[in-house]
Design a binder for this molecule. Structure first.
Ligand SMILES: C[S@@+](CC[C@H](N)C(=O)[O-])C[C@H]1O[C@@H](n2cnc3c(N)ncnc32)[C@H](O)[C@@H]1O
Length: 459
């Protein structure tokens, strides 16, 4: 007889689709993803690989544990420096971080976290790193016992206090002597899910009703933007599969409006994948859009998003190309564009509320390299803009070296480029100039960090 009462040779009962793996297995998957991150891999890619063998119902909890760990990595690394007398092997070190993250923001009784982490460590100890379970047990129990004293001991360490690397904090301090702390604090908090209503398919006021009817609390944070009060899987968002809404931060939703679109315009979206701003542009106006991205895989995501949103819907058209925007000779048909959007590759320092791994993957030297690439793209694309045409330069960065400095450098020696001031009317009715948006979260302002500059071509 089997332990579950089955006769020898009989098959186990089919697993319920809602069945979860033990917490120890979920922790282990999260720890493996964190190990990958610490080795330089993006967290979403690491999680996709490391949670694939978990039952479907366990994937979101494992993801959540990994994200919680990465959000608090500065604090956690400061804590393990106090707790550890020797350096554990990488997977054990990551498991310790995952378990400490669970103890730091108590989601479940500490005894269960410690017990399950130790069970996970035992399964690791069968391979290299044997004997480490007792080390993990001792350090986690010490954290539970001495929590307040340990937290007090790391409180003055800026990396722990703000959960950002020290070089990043230095740069923020240099650029924003008065605001750097609030920027870092905002960056460490998880952002809400923000939706963009597709005006081709529904109206924002009508959609607000749909959200209410579905029991989802939300606030209006832009002309088409709603921030949900609670984390909600997209499958539960009304009309998502039908393309009535998409997920897009409210700060990113400025782009299509600031392009000042009109029917029939030729528009180039030079770095378009996965197509958030391109879809928004086509939802607002019947334009002829060329969407380019260097990465063919990501171009498929533009196609998928266009298809889901039912675009182009009116008299507009769209062409998606996998190409290098910095080398237009290979793809440009020679006809000038009325509008060019360059949403340039950047540090992503403005969107770390959503992508906390970015803080730990970027290196100090990346910013200068990115600034060179951004200027090169601007210079390569400027000749494609027609007379009186508008060029919108965008980054999702808060570092001025990738925003203001790039634009100033570009316009310095160029008589035909005129910087045009940008203004945005927020949902509270206040109109304000827009250039560097800093991440913030409030009743009517809820957005990531972006840089916007508009350049008009003199005739
Ligand atoms: C910030 S993302 C664009 C986001 C997109 N605009 C949206 O709203 O969904 C930058 C994109 O630039 C692409 N990229 C980087 N270098 C490029 C180049 N030389 N030519 C075209 N695309 C490039 C990257 O593959 C990436 O998809």
């Amino acid at each position: 007889m089997h332990a579950d009462g089955r006769q020898p040779g009989s098959l186990p009962p089919p697993r319920s689709p809602d069945a979860r793996a033990p917490l120890s297995r979920e922790m282990l998957a999260a720890a493996e993803a964190v190990t990958d991150l610490l080795a330089g891999h993006r967290l979403p890619d690491a999680l996709a690989a490391r949670t694939a063998s978990l039952p479907p119902a366990s994937r979101a909890p494992a993801r959540d544990m990994a994200y919680r760990t990465v959000r608090r990595l500065g604090s956690l690394q400061a804590l393990v420096a106090l707790l550890n007398t020797r350096r554990p092997l990488p997977r054990m070190a990551a498991l310790q971080l995952v378990a400490l993250a669970q103890l730091l923001e108590p989601m479940r009784p500490p005894a269960i976290v410690v017990d399950q982490a130790v069970a996970a460590a035992r399964s690791l100890s069968r391979g290299p790193g044997g004997g480490a379970a007792s080390f993990l047990n001792a350090t986690l129990r010490r954290f539970v016992r001495e929590r307040e004293a340990l937290l007090a001991a790391i409180a003055d360490d800026p990396v722990a206090r703000f959960d950002h690397p020290d070089w990043w904090l230095e740069r923020l301090r240099e650029a924003y002597p008065d605001a750097w702390e609030s920027i870092a604090r905002a960056g460490a908090v998880q952002a809400p899910l923000v939706l963009r209503v597709n005006r081709r398919r529904t109206d924002p006021d009508a959609y607000a009703e749909r959200l209410r009817a579905a029991g989802l609390g939300a606030r209006r944070v832009g002309p088409e933007a709603f921030a949900l009060d609670e984390a909600t899987p997209v499958e539960r968002v009304p009309g998502f599969a039908q393309g009535e809404v998409s997920v897009q931060d409210a700060g990113a939703q400025l782009a299509a409006h600031l392009l000042d679109l009109a029917p029939g315009q030729r528009v180039l979206d030079a770095c378009a994948a996965p197509g958030g701003k391109a879809c928004h542009a086509l939802e607002l106006a019947d334009v002829d859009l060329t969407a380019i991205d260097l990465d063919p895989e990501r171009c498929r995501r533009i196609e998928d998003n266009l298809a889901r949103c039912g675009l182009p819907a009116g008299a507009g058209s769209v062409r998606v190309l996998a190409a290098d925007a910095a080398r237009p000779a290979g793809w440009w048909d020679g006809r000038p564009y009325d509008r060019i959007l360059l949403d340039a590759p950047c540090s992503a320092s403005g969107i770390v509320r959503r992508h906390p791994d970015v803080r730990w993957l970027r290196r100090r030297g990346d910013i200068a390299t990115l600034a060179i690439q951004q200027l090169r793209l601007l210079e390569a694309l400027w000749p494609l803009l027609g007379p009186n045409g508008k060029f919108l330069y965008v980054t999702c960065s808060v570092f001025p070296d990738e925003g203001e400095a790039v634009v100033q450098r570009f316009v310095r020696d160029r008589a035909d480029a005129v910087r045009t001031p940008l203004e945005w009317v927020w949902p509270d009715g206040r109109g304000e100039p827009v250039a560097q948006l800093l991440p913030q979260s409030g009743p009517t302002r809820e957005h990531d960090g972006f840089f916007y500059a508009s350049l008009t071509k003199r005739q």
